[in-house]
Design a protein around this ligand. Structure first.
Ligand code: SF4
Length: 328
């Protein structure tokens, strides 16, 4: 372990916005139409330059959100900023295809992004997205992307579903819930954020005492991966809402990471050492009480404990952004 506790960061996602036309039930950053934070192109350029200094490979950098195609000009400028930062481009850009209503527009946009340095487009398609995005847009974008970028230029979350996406919006609610339940069995989701709020009732629950008591060192310190949100908050790996720190013009990502010490972040330290069960003990004095219905896993408990701490004003600079905890 390096002296500052964190494994070197070699991969990153720039979450350029919290805005999204959809409100997918499994979204752990809780993006939606009511959220409107956008990363500036300058800030994105600074993050990309920091990643270049850290030695991250372009393939290991992605642009996501929220929905980055909500402002295509900005997205294009962010992808261009990678080359200005000394990288050959970015690995992939994520989208739910909401904007793909016209094949010519889709081809033009994909070609412009590829020209700017995007290596792949990643299409998010699953039952949760298809509550909001008509499946024909997913098909249109998938076909256009294979045509413009070639088969290697497209990735998908979920491959099987994308071959024949269904119109979930047309299903009655009980049928949707059944579909979500079976999808969760096949592809478990991290139960934090809106995902915890909306889907944890569909999976088996375990009492707090029955959950693993191990720490989260691997997830928090050893993933080699960070996400940076539009306000500069830096999340380790996929634990959205637990921040290592906040980047600023004066403190870009590489400097923040270099100066980072576990001892300065007691909430992160509690999770690293004893996982959410340790954090739950600390949260008891802020009013946290275990849910008698149990939890859909360790990360669900983690989310509930963090929400209690943030709600009690005890989240400090670690449980951020506030809007995540208030709006999920
Ligand atoms: S329990 Fe919390 S800290 Fe541990 S992996 Fe899950 S979300 Fe991350």
């Amino acid at each position: 372990m390096p002296p500052n506790d964190l494994e070197p960061i070699t991969a990153a996602g720039l979450l350029v916005t919290t805005w999204c036309p959809a409100r997918c039930r499994h979204c752990y950053v809780s993006a939606g139409p009511g959220r409107a934070a956008w990363m500036t192109v300058e800030a994105a350029g600074a993050h990309l330059a920091a990643l270049a200094r850290l030695g991250a490979a372009a393939e290991a950098i992605h642009i996501g959100g929220g929905e980055p195609f909500g402002d295509f000009d900005r997205l294009l400028a962010v992808v261009r900023a990678a080359r200005a930062a000394g990288l050959p481009g970015v690995g992939y850009v994520e989208t739910n295809a909401f904007w793909a209503t016209d094949a010519d527009v889709a081809r033009r946009r994909l070609a412009a992004l590829a020209d700017a340095g995007m290596m792949q487009i990643s299409i998010s398609a699953d039952p949760y997205h298809q509550e909001f995005v008509p499946p024909e847009r997913v098909r249109l974008l998938y076909d256009a992307a294979r045509e413009v970028l070639g088969p290697g230029g497209v990735r998908a979350r979920r491959w099987k579903w994308i071959q024949a996406p269904r119109d979930v919006a047309a299903m009655p609610e009980p049928e949707r819930l059944e579909l979500f339940r079976s999808f969760l069995r096949r592809y478990p989701e991290r139960m934090t954020g809106r995902c915890a709020e909306q889907l944890s009732g569909l999976v088996q629950r375990t009492a707090l005492e029955g959950l693993p008591a191990d720490g989260c060192r691997r997830a928090l310190l050893a993933s080699g991966h960070v996400h940076i949100d539009p306000e500069g908050w830096v999340y380790p790996g996929t634990c959205a809402g637990i921040v290592l720190g906040r980047t600023t013009a004066a403190q870009p990502l590489d400097r923040l990471l270099e100066a980072w010490r576990l001892e300065d972040r007691p909430l992160v330290a509690a999770l690293v050492e004893g996982g959410p069960r340790r954090l739950a003990e600390a949260a008891a004095r802020h009013g946290f009480a275990a849910d008698p219905a149990g939890y859909a896993g360790k990360c669900h408990l983690c989310w509930q404990v963090r929400k209690a701490l943030a709600g009690a004003g005890a989240g400090g600079e670690t449980l951020q952004p506030e809007t995540l905890y208030l709006t999920s």
